[in-house]
Design a protein around this ligand. Structure first.
Ligand SMILES: [Zn+2]
Length: 437
C-alpha cells in the first residue's frame, strides 16, 4: 500500500493543558501533515518536513482548512443499547428493569447481535470515535459479534461480555461458572486478535453475587494484563441497595476492592457520589473514574466533580464517555459540551484545550493505550478525525469572529456533532471503506 499524506491543520496533545492559552501542551501545525504507512503514523508535523519523508508515489489528501486530530475515544458505552437510548422517564434501577434488560435479552440471537454491532461501530465512526470501551450483553454471542465487527474494521476496541447472575430477568443471567467459562473462552478467542482487547466486565455489584465476584477476581488474577470495567456510585438508590447486598463492605468501592478489582486498568463508570475514603482508594490503586455527563444528566444521577477529583491531594485518573444508551448522544463533542455544563454547575470550568485533550490523549492515557492511539505521534496507529468548524450556517457565522485555536475548539464542542466530522481514518483507512462493509 502506498504512503498516504493527510494535509491540514494538525493538532495533538503532549500533556494536560493548564489553561486555554497553554499551547505548549499541544503540537499544532497551521500547515501540517500526517504521513501514514501500513495503518501507522510514520511522521506528523510541518507539511514540508513530513512530505519529504514520504516514499515516491505517495498520495496526498488535502483536508485544508480543517483540523486533523487523533480519533476520539469513548471510555464507557453499551453497544446493545442502541434501541434503548431516548427511553423516557426513569432513574437508573427502573431504567434498567423497564427498558435496558428487556432489550438486552434480544442479544441471545447472534444475528441480532451482529446487526447491532455493525450499526453501532458505523455510528461511532460516523461521529469521529475510533476506539471504544464497550459493554456487550450477558450472552457470549454478543461479544463474538462485537469483536468480529471490530476486527472487520481493524478497530482498536476494549470490550467484554457482562457477567450478571442476579437481579435481572431469566434470559439475562449467567451463573458464576458459566460467566467464568464464557469469559475465558472469549479471552482466548479475541484478546490480542487484530486490535481487540478483552475487558473482564462484571456489570455492577447489584447484578453479581459474591460467588460471581470471586470468579471475576479469579479471571483478573489469571489475566492481570486485562482491563476490568464496571459501574460504581452512579445513583443513591443503587448505592444503598449495593450496601445492603454486601453488608460486610465498608462502602460501594470496597465491594470491588475486596475482590481485588481496583487497579490501573480498572474502569469505573460514573463515580458520582464517592466518599473521601472511596476516592482515596481509587487514587491509591490508580483506578479510573469514567465521567459520563449526558447519562448522568439524563438519568438525574448527579454531577461528577471533575475538577475536585483532579485537584484533590490524592487525585483520580479520569476518562470521559458517552454511556449510550443511558447517555443521549454518540458524539464525544456533545458529551464534553454537557461535561462542560456539569463542571460549571460544580462552580468550575474546563478549558477547551483540556477538553480535547480528554477526548483524545487523556482517554488514551486513562485506558493505558496511549502508546497506540490518542495522539498523532510517529509509531502510533493512524486513527484520525478531521473536523470542520464551519460545518453549519450558524457555526460558519460564528467562525467570522473567532481568532484563536481554543475558541475554535470551544465552538466545535459547543455546537458540533456528527455534522462537523469531515472524515475519519481507522488504521489509515478512510471511513467510507470502514463503515458498513
Ligand atoms: Zn454504563
Amino acid at each position: 500500500m502506498s504512503d498516504l499524506i493527510l494535509r491540514g491543520r494538525t493538532l495533538s496533545f503532549l500533556r494536560w493543558p493548564e489553561t486555554k492559552d497553554d499551547l505548549a501542551a499541544c503540537r499544532y501545525e497551521e500547515d501540517g501533515a500526517v504521513l501514514i504507512r501500513d495503518g501507522s503514523i510514520v511522521a506528523s508535523g510541518d507539511h514540508a518536513v513530513v512530505a519529504a519523508k514520504a516514499a515516491p508515489g505517495a498520495r496526498t489528501v488535502d483536508h485544508r482548512p480543517h483540523l486533523i486530530l487523533p480519533g476520539f475515544i469513548d471510555a464507557h458505552v453499551h453497544f446493545p443499547q442502541m434501541q434503548v437510548i431516548a427511553s423516557y422517564g426513569a432513574e437508573l434501577l427502573d431504567w434498567l428493569n423497564t427498558y435496558t434488560f428487556p432489550e438486552e435479552t434480544k442479544f441471545r440471537d447472534a444475528q441480532h447481535a451482529r446487526r447491532i454491532a455493525r450499526l453501532f461501530l458505523d455510528e461511532m465512526v460516523r461521529h469521529g470515535t475510533t476506539t471504544v470501551a464497550a459493554y456487550c450483553s450477558v450472552h457470549r454471542q454478543s461479544a463474538d459479534a462485537f469483536f468480529a465487527e471490530a476486527l472487520d474494521r481493524d478497530m482498536l476496541v476494549i470490550a467484554g461480555k457482562v457477567m450478571m447472575d442476579r437481579n435481572a430477568p431469566g434470559g439475562l443471567r449467567d451463573t458464576p461458572q458459566s460467566g467464568y467459562d464464557d469469559t475465558k473462552a472469549l479471552i482466548a478467542e479475541w484478546h490480542g486478535r487484530g486490535r481487540g482487547l478483552y475487558a473482564v466486565t462484571p456489570r455492577f455489584a447489584i447484578t453479581s453475587t459474591p460467588e460471581q465476584m470471586e470468579m471475576a477476581a479469579a479471571l483478573m488474577r489469571e489475566h492481570p494484563d486485562l482491563h476490568m470495567q464496571t459501574h460504581l456510585s452512579e445513583n443513591r438508590a443503587e448505592i444503598d441497595y449495593t450496601c445492603e447486598l454486601y453488608p460486610q463492605a465498608k462502602d460501594y468501592a470496597d465491594v470491588y476492592d475486596r475482590y481485588g478489582l481496583l487497579g490501573a486498568k480498572a474502569l469505573f463508570g460514573h463515580c458520582i457520589h464517592l466518599s473521601e475514603r472511596e476516592a482515596d482508594r481509587m487514587s491509591e490503586s490508580g483506578s479510573i473514574a469514567v465521567f459520563c455527563p449526558t447519562s448522568n444528566l439524563f438519568l438525574g444521577s448527579g454531577l461528577f466533580d471533575y475538577q475536585r477529583y483532579r485537584q484533590r491531594s490524592k487525585p483520580l485518573r479520569i476518562a470521559a464517555a458517552t454511556d449510550v444508551g443511558g447517555g443521549t448522544n454518540y458524539s464525544m463533542l456533545r458529551t464534553m459540551d454537557e461535561g462542560y455544563k456539569v463542571i460549571a454547575l460544580n462552580g468550575e470550568k474546563l478549558n477547551p484545550l483540556a477538553s480535547f485533550w480528554q477526548m483524545t490523549r487523556g482517554n488514551a492515557e486513562a485506558l493505558s493505550i496511549v502508546d497506540r492511539v490518542g495522539t498523532l505521534e510517529a509509531g502510533t496507529d493512524a486513527d484520525i478525525v478531521v473536523l470542520d468548524a464551519r460545518a453549519t450556517p450558524g457555526m460558519k457565522l460564528r467562525m467570522e469572529t473567532i481568532g484563536t485555536l481554543a475558541e475554535e475548539l470551544f465552538l466545535l464542542q459547543t455546537l458540533g456533532d456528527d455534522r462537523v466530522v469531515r472524515e475519519v481514518y481507522v488504521a489509515g483507512r478512510p471511513s467510507k471503506s470502514v463503515i458498513g462493509n
